[in-house]
Each structure stands twice: as structure tokens, then as C-alpha cells.
Design a protein around this ligand. Structure first.
Ligand code: ADP
Length: 229
């Protein structure tokens, strides 16, 4: 479902490589942790998958299409199929939970009727049924991250990307959020989580891809966190 071949990323000419010769194949329904020290290129990899930036060299195929060759007008179609969760939540502070989740449906022209149906179902799935009309600043960090997960999956994307989703959460809440993301994966969504939370990676026993010095140095089924600090 996701195929990455000889991927290089340099943010500026004659600069260092943020990613060097990355090769990676991810099948439909997989759950992958991307781990590595700060600066090793984890976020860059996720940004490349979302076509937020273009590689310097190499190819990325998603659903069989090389996304490095998409025309600008084709990018929204890619993004509809990929949900993204961020470390810092990025919720709209002047809108309630319902509206934050509805927003990603409104921008793609989903009908109000469909929105009224789908948003409550998604909020129920993430355990926030009773918080729909709260403002994000009335919620705990864990609840805010649940809103972000709801926003990322309300459009039923094939792929969910998460960039340090537990970076601002305490250990117990982190475990809850990762369990939620695991549930979403079990329901069929392909999941890629960039993190340096060792305890989480070791606990969930998923495929682990390690980036070090901006290169892919290890790719293990049921891996544990190692070498990366
Ligand atoms: P990680 O997510 O593992 O911390 P990043 O992908 O954020 O790593 O960064 C990889 C390298 O690329 C770092 O050295 C970082 O400073 C650099 N980098 C990231 N984004 C940019 C950018 N927009 N412009 C220039 N350099 C960048």
C-alpha cells in the first residue's frame, strides 16, 4: 500500500540530508512505529507521505500511485485518504469538539446530514460522546488528543499517521491514546506512529523501523526500541 524507494530529502541545496536512501514497504493494515533520536528524520518521512514536502530523489507510491508526481489539484485526494495526528493537537480553540471534528468533513463538502451522523459516531468511537459541545480548553490533554484522533479518522482514511502523539501526555494517558490508535488499526486502518517513547514501543510489540543518522538502520517485526535515545 505504501512503497518507498531510494528516498532522499535535503531541505536546501548543498545541505545535509534529512533522509538518506530510505526503502520501505508497508502493507495494508500494518501498524508501524518509526523511532529514532530527535533530528533523525521521522517527521520528514511523515511530511513526505502527506505530500507536505517533496523528496530530493526517490519515489513514494501510495495505493499504487507515485505521489511525488501528483499535480497540485490531485493532492487533496491523497490527503482525504490519510489522517494525521500531531503532538501539539492543533485544535481550533474557538470551536467546540463537534465542530473541530466536523471541520475536516465540511472542507471536503460532506453534507450536513452526513456530518450530523458521522461526527457523533466518531466521537463515540474515541470515547468522547459526552464532550461534543465542550471547548478544547475545557478538556484534559488526553481528551484533546482523542479529539485529534477523531478529526483524523472521521473521513475514514486508509492510513493514519501520528507524529509523537503522546509527546505531551503523561504515561498512563499515553497508553490510553496508543490503545485507541491500536483499536483503529484493528478496524482496518494502516497506522504509522513516529515516536521516541521507548516504553510504548516495547509494550505494543509492533513492527519497528529505526532511523539513525537520517538512515533506516533496522526494520523488525515485533521489534523493541533499541539504539535510539
Ligand atoms: P525528527 O522528526 O526525527 O526529529 P525531522 O524530520 O524533524 O526529525 O528533522 C530531520 C532533520 O531535518 C533535522 O536536522 C531538522 O533540523 C531538519 N529539518 C526539518 N524540517 C526542516 C525544514 N523545514 N527546513 C530545514 N531543515 C529541516
Amino acid at each position: 500500500m505504501i512503497e518507498i524507494y531510494h528516498l532522499y530529502k535535503q531541505y536546501a541545496q548543498n545541505e545535509f540530508y534529512a533522509l538518506k536512501d530510505i526503502n520501505l514497504i508497508i502493507d495494508r493494515g500494518e501498524f508501524i512505529f518509526v523511532v529514532g533520536p530527535s533530528g533523525s528524520g521521522k517527521s520528514t518521512l511523515l511530511k513526505l507521505l502527506l505530500r507536505e514536502t517533496l523528496p530530493t530523489k526517490g519515489n513514494i507510491k501510495i495505493f499504487g500511485r507515485d505521489i511525488t508526481r501528483l499535480k497540485n489539484r490531485e493532492i487533496p485526494f491523497l490527503r482525504r485518504n490519510i489522517g494525521m495526528v500531531f503532538q501539539d493537537f492543533r485544535l481550533l480553540s474557538d470551536r467546540n469538539v463537534f465542530e473541530n471534528v466536523a471541520f475536516s468533513l465540511r472542507v471536503i463538502g460532506t453534507s450536513p446530514r452526513e456530518i450530523r451522523k458521522r461526527v457523533p459516531l466518531t466521537l463515540e468511537l474515541v470515547g468522547l460522546k459526552d464532550k461534543a459541545f465542550k471547548n478544547p480548553n475545557e478538556l484534559s490533554g488526553g481528551e484533546q488528543q482523542r479529539v485529534c484522533v477523531a478529526r483524523a479518522i472521521v473521513n475514514r482514511p486508509a492510513v493514519l499517521l501520528a507524529d509523537e502523539p503522546t509527546g505531551n501526555l503523561d504515561p498512563a494517558t499515553s497508553m490510553e491514546i496508543m490503545t485507541l490508535i491500536q483499536d483503529i488499526n484493528i478496524r482496518g486502518t494502516t497506522v504509522i506512529v513516529a515516536t521516541h517513547a521507548k516504553d510504548i514501543v516495547d509494550h505494543f510489540q509492533k513492527r519497528v523501523v529505526v532511523l539513525e543518522n537520517n538512515q533506516l538502520v533496522s526494520d523488525q517485526e515485533r521489534g523493541v526500541y533499541f539504539n535510539a535515545h
